[in-house]
Design a protein around this ligand. Structure first.
Ligand code: NIG
Ligand code: FE
Length: 407
């Protein structure tokens, strides 16, 4: 049951924390990796690993001079959804904005209507090919949010579909209950809606295995006060907190995330210097989603450089969703984080590995050290940076999840 992977041109080891380091990775040349029962048991130079006692009977795999990086951790996705919104993309290309389309009945409400018409099985069947495409592109752990249910029974269905999908893939799924918005017909009863989200949705989420509660804090979604109410209840149920903040305007998201002790604050396109400082002080991971600006074509890129320079740890995720970022490719997002958001290639890779793991509070992945999960990407190149050098066509030879070839 042991496997010895040799012929690794360079093995990339992200540091646990990036700190102020512009190159927060360690690279071992001519490396080997020893795996048993889905876990890494030894890693280092080939000589050091091959002479280990446990390497003796191991099945050998020669990777032919290719680079190895940890499996990608996508810490922000809405990849379980029903139907598509291709026409909204067409409308934006003709000049309408994301918010105009949402106000006219598109957007989240549209996906909620499509979800309401779908069964759990259909949701899983529609979403599985997307998750498989993510895995083929190197993602080995992903977060998936509910939030297209809006009302309790539909949120329960959404969460059930996320759980059912998780059982069908080798990748690890972390599920999050998302308060995404108040349905149109309940807008004059916001308090009652928030109360029912707390009473009827959050407990079901916790019961169905969700680890996090997320709130979309934005004009047209939830206010900071509503987020305080929802996350206080979530905490009582054992859920940790993450937030969508400052996506469409500066809304004090950094300070709010810090106040609520959020594990991660996500989007941050408009976050001010004060907001960045608050995140850094609180140790909240700043998760940037460059696929959003890439897909919507408008608004600022998240300023990952300024976040890092303010002292934040910065993760990079896809935000895969049918409206604002129909993006499955986390390596592409890492490229955008470097070319558009100011990160070095090393910081960008850190953001999709160790950073993603930190943003999900997972300590057993995002790096390849002894005792951690054997989730890794075999790059079809001797230089790991080739992963970011070919956006949309990252050279990936194989993806290994829990020590086994995937796909
Ligand atoms: O992260 N910001 C809120 N939610 C999603 C978009 C949802 C949608 O348009 O369907 C996001 O961008
Ligand atoms: Fe999102």
């Amino acid at each position: 049951v042991s496997s010895l992977f040799t012929g690794i041109s360079e093995l990339v080891q992200p540091k646990l924390r990036a700190g102020a380091d512009r190159a927060p990775l360690e690279v071992t040349r001519d490396a080997a990796l020893l795996v048993r029962d889905g876990l890494v048991i030894a890693v280092g130079t080939r000589d050091a690993v091959e002479t280990r006692r446990e390497a003796a009977g191991a099945e050998r795999h020669d990777l032919g001079g290719r680079a190895v990086v940890p499996g990608f951790v996508d810490a922000h996705t809405h990849v379980v959804f029903a139907g598509e919104r291709i026409d909204e993309m067409a409308r934006r290309a003709r000049g309408e904005t994301y918010e105009e389309i949402a106000r006219a009945g598109g957007g989240i409400a549209r996906s909620a209507a499509l979800l309401a018409a779908a069964s759990v099985d259909r949701l899983v069947d529609e979403s599985l090919p997307r998750v498989r495409a993510m895995m083929a592109r190197g993602t080995t752990t992903l977060e998936i949010k509910s939030g297209y249910g809006l009302v309790p029974a539909e949120e329960q269905k959404h969460l059930a579909a996320i759980g059912a999908l998780a059982k069908r893939v080798p990748a690890t799924v972390v599920s999050t209950v998302l308060a995404h918005g108040v349905p149109k017909d309940q807008r004059d009863q916001r308090r009652a809606y928030v109360q029912s989200f707390c009473d009827d949705v959050l407990p079901v989420g916790a019961q169905l295995g969700a680890r996090f509660c997320d709130v979309f804090v934005e004009e047209g979604a939830f206010t900071p006060n509503e987020a305080r109410t929802i996350t206080a209840r979530a905490r009582g149920l054992g859920l940790a907190v993450r937030l969508h903040v400052d996506q469409l305007r500066e809304g004090g998201g950094g300070a709010l995330a810090a106040e609520l002790g959020a594990t991660s604050a996500d989007h941050l396109e408009y976050t001010s210097a004060e907001g960045r400082a608050a995140l850094a002080r609180a140790g909240t991971i700043a998760t940037v989603l460059p696929g959003c600006r890439f897909f919507l074509g408008k608004g600022p890129w998240p300023d990952a450089r300024a976040l890092r320079d303010s002292g934040c740890e910065v993760a990079v995720a896809t935000d895969c969703n049918p409206g604002s970022a129909m993006v499955l490719d986390l390596a592409l997002c890492a490229t955008l984080a470097a070319t558009q958001c100011g990160l070095s290639l090393e910081e960008a890779l850190w953001g999709v590995t160790a950073g993603g793991a930190l943003a999900l509070a997972l300590t057993d992945r995002g790096h390849l050290t002894s005792g951690e999960r054997a989730d890794f990407v075999v790059v079809d190149h001797a230089d790991w940076r080739a992963l970011l050098y070919r956006p949309g066509a990252a050279p990936i030879h194989r993806v290994v999840i829990g020590g086994a070839w995937s796909g």
